[in-house]
Design a protein around this ligand. Sequence first.
Ligand SMILES: CC(C)(COP(=O)(O)OP(=O)(O)OC[C@H]1O[C@@H](n2cnc3c(N)ncnc32)[C@H](O)[C@@H]1OP(=O)(O)O)[C@@H](O)C(=O)NCCC(=O)NCCS
Length: 173
Amino acid sequence: MSDDVVAIRPEAPGDEEAIDGVVREAFIRQFGSDSEVGLVRTLRSRGELVPELTLVATIDGHIVGFIAFSEVTLDGERAGGLGLAPVAVAPDRQGLGIGGALIRAGLERATDTGWRFVVLLGHDHYYPRFGFAPAAPAGVQGDYGEGASWMARPLGDHELVPGHVRYCSAFRD
Ligand SMILES: CC(C)(COP(=O)(O)OP(=O)(O)OC[C@H]1O[C@@H](n2cnc3c(N)ncnc32)[C@H](O)[C@@H]1OP(=O)(O)O)[C@@H](O)C(=O)NCCC(=O)NCCS
């Protein structure tokens, strides 16, 4: 973590444009596309973000990081499952532990509020440090193939339950 004090709190009305800016910069830099900005907007406008788990990281009151969680279904049923996406840190603040702090804070809050598991599609050398492992060997299927980047982790005392995970509508249309 840098010397700057990083604070983490749920997103609040008025944060939207600053969040868009962080997500845009991070994803354009990494992937050359800012389509995740539209995804975040759609998630929010459809009420598909889990508000208490959708967090911003701030330094001196300025938003430098963002993480979102939305509910997923398992074999078409609600099962206490979450999708982690997206997570973004402003490019000039990356590599300082802010992304990790957001992920840990989100997982801790999700555990404390009774959620059972989290899935994501992400870098397979980054997320294992947060307890994620490839999901397909555990029987957790999704719409993103069975590669190592499709990952899951149980929360609290829960175990992963095999089945087909489906993300909320903002990810599909
Ligand atoms: C991924 C991301 C959120 C991590 O945030 P961060 O604050 O830089 O992360 P931390 O400082 O906590 O951790 C740094 C680690 O993340 C790794 N990392 C960061 N970006 C990475 C990437 N694109 N691919 C692989 N690893 C990455 C670094 O290699 C570093 O690993 P190390 O600790 O083994 O050296 C941030 O880099 C980002 O916004 N990237 C662009 C958007 C993105 O790819 N989001 C994830 C997909 S949803």
